[in-house]
Design a protein around this ligand. Structure first.
Ligand code: EPZ
Length: 417
C-alpha cells in the first residue's frame, strides 16, 4: 500500500488539467452493453474504479482496453450475465451493469453491493423501479437475481433522487417496450452526460437534468463514440486547495457551470474566481471566511465536496456549521482532521467547525475517497510534514493527484509502504 508524504505551507501557482468525470465514465461504460460492437469512450480518467469496471465487463465476455484516457469496449461476445461479489465489493458502481444486462439480455445476477464506509447504501429504489418495468427480482445469498422476457415502459417515482438508481433505470428503459417516466430523477451533470451518451447511441430521451426524464424504448442501439465531461469534484477539490494554501491556480478544461453551489460557497469564503485564457483562475488571498454548508442533491452543495470544504473551514476566521444530508456516516475525515489540530464537534449529521489559526502535520489514515481528498487539502496548508496512509482510497477517484500538485509547486511524494 502506498502513502503520501506532504510538507505543507507552500504557495502553489500554475495550471492544473482537470481529468474526465469518473462518475460519468462508469455508467457510460456500463451502457456499452446495450450495443453490439466496438464502443470508443474518450476523456476517461486512468483510475482504479475504471479498471474495476473494465474487469467487470471483461468478466461478462466483453473486450476491454484502456490506453491513456481512451477506453475501447467490444461487446460482440457477451456470454456471461453475472457480476461476482469479489468485483462488486470493491466498487459499488458495479450495480450499474444490472440495468443494461436485464434490458438487453433479459437476465442478470449481480452481487448486492453491501455498505461502505460512508453508509448502508441500499439499492431498493433501483430494484423497485425495475420490478415496475416487469422484471422478476429475487435476492439470494447476497445476489440480485433478475429476469425479464422484455422490460416494458412504466411510470416510476423515486422517493430519493438516487444518482445511480436514475442511471440504472434510464439505461434499462432505452430498450424497454413503450415509454418510461422517471419522476424525482437525479439531476447531477453525470446523469445528463449519460443521457447524452445514450442519445448518441440512438436512444430517445428527453428531460435529463430535470426532475422528470422521459425515455421511449427503441429496438436496438449502436455502439458509443463519446467524450465524457470533466470531473466537477476534482475541479472543486483543487478550488479548495487554492483557497486553503492562498494560491493562484488555473483549472484547465473544467466546466464551472457544473459547480454553481460550490463556487458560490467558496466565494462566500473569500476565494476569487476569474476567467483566464487557459481556463478558470482560482485565487486564495486571505484566511478563509467561515460560512455554513448543507449537502443536497444537485444542484445543491454536493456531498462529494463536503469533506474537502470542511478542511478549508478548519482554518477559517470563525465558526462554520456543516450539515451532511445525503449519507449517514460521511464524517470519517473529522477524527483525522482533529489529529491535525482542527476544532470540530459532531452531533448526528451536523459538524461544528471552529476555525484555528493553522493545522499541524501529523500521520493520518485515509478511510474513503473524499475523506482522503480532504486530508490532502488540509496537509497542503498544515505546518510541517503529514503522512497519509492507505491512499488507494484516493487513487479510486483522482488521476495523478501528486503529479498535478507537484507541477504547481507542492512538496508531495508517493512512498511505497
Ligand atoms: C453516487 O452514488 C455517486 N457515485 C457518489 O459518489 C455520490 O456521493 C452520490 O451519488 C450522491 O451524489 C457514483 O455516481 C458512482 P445515491 P449513489 O443513490 O448513486 C439513498 C464518490 O465520491 N438510496 O444518489 O450510490 C442512499 O443511501 C461517490 O465519487 C436509497 O435509500 O448515491 C443515499 O443516502 C461516493 N435507496 C442517498 O439515497 C436506493 O435505492 C443518495 O444515494 C439508492 C439510494
Amino acid at each position: 500500500m502506498d502513502k503520501l508524504v506532504i510538507k505543507g505551507g507552500k504557495k502553489l501557482k500554475g495550471i492544473v488539467e482537470i481529468s474526465g468525470a469518473k462518475n460519468a465514465a462508469l455508467p457510460i461504460m456500463a451502457a456499452s452493453l446495450l450495443s453490439n460492437g466496438y464502443s470508443n469512450i474518450k476523456n476517461v480518467p486512468f483510475l482504479r474504479d475504471i479498471m474495476t469496471m473494465g474487469r467487470l465487463l471483461a468478466n461478462l465476455g466483453a473486450g476491454f482496453h484502456q490506453e491513456k484516457n481512451r477506453v475501447l469496449i467490444n461487446t460482440e461476445r457477451i456470454r456471461i450475465f453475472e457480476a461476482p461479489y469479489d468485483l462488486v465489493r470493491t466498487m459499488r458502481a458495479s450495480i450499474l451493469v444490472l440495468g443494461p444486462l436485464l434490458t438487453r439480455y433479459g437476465r442478470a445476477k449481480v452481487s448486492l453491493p453491501g455498505g461502505c464506509a460512508i453508509g448502508a447504501r441500499p439499492i431498493n429504489l433501483h430494484l423497485s423501479g425495475l420490478e415496475k418495468m416487469g422484471a422478476e427480482i429475487k435476492l439470494e445469498s447476497g445476489y440480485v437475481i433478475a429476469k425479464a422476457k422484455k422490460l416494458k415502459g412504466a411510470s416510476i417515482y423515486l422517493d430519493i433522487p438516487t444518482v445511480t438508481g436514475t442511471e440504472n433505470l434510464m439505461i434499462a428503459a432505452t430498450l424497454a417496450k413503450g415509454v418510461t417516466l422517471i419522476e424525482n430523477a437525479a439531476k447531477e451533470p453525470e446523469v445528463t452526460d449519460l443521457a447524452n451518451a445514450l442519445i448518441s447511441m440512438g436512444a430517445k430521451i428527453e428531460g435529463a437534468g430535470g426532475s422528470i426524464i422521459r425515455i421511449e424504448g427503441v429496438h436496438e442501439l449502436k455502439p458509443l463514440d463519446y467524450r465524457v465531461i470533466p470531473d466537477r469534484i476534482e475541479a472543486g477539490t483543487f478550488m479548495t486547495i487554492a483557497g486553503i494554501t492562498c494560491s493562484d491556480i488555473t483549472l484547465k478544461g473544467c466546466s464551472p457551470e457544473h459547480l454553481d453551489a460550490t463556487v458560490f460557497k467558496l466565494k462566500e469564503a473569500g476565494i476569487i474566481f476569474e476567467s483566464a485564457p487557459e481556463g478558470l483562475r482560482v485565487i486564495g488571498k486571505t484566511r478563509p471566511h467561515s460560512t455554513n454548508v448543507t449537502t443536497m442533491p444537485y444542484p445543491g452543495f454536493p456531498t462529494d465536496m463536503q469533506a474537502q470544504f470542511m478542511a478549508l473551514m478548519s482554518i477559517s476566521d470563525g465558526t462554520s456549521i456543516i450539515r451532511e444530508n445525503i449519507f449517514e456516516n460521511r464524517f470519517m475525515h473529522v477524527a483525522e482532521l482533529r489529529r491535525m489540530g482542527a476544532d470540530i464537534s459532531v452531533e448526528g449529521g451536523t459538524a461544528t467547525v471552529k476555525g484555528v489559526e493553522r493545522l499541524k502535520g501529523a500521520p493520518l489514515m485515509a478511510t474513503d475517497l473524499r475523506a482522503s481528498a480532504s486530508l490532502v487539502v488540509a496537509a497542503l496548508s498544515a505546518k510541517g510534514e503529514t503522512v497519509i496512509h492507505r491512499i488507494y482510497h484516493l487513487d479510486r477517484g483522482y488521476e495523478k493527484m501528486e503529479e498535478k500538485l507537484k507541477k504547481i509547486g507542492a512538496e508531495i511524494k508517493r512512498v511505497k509502504e
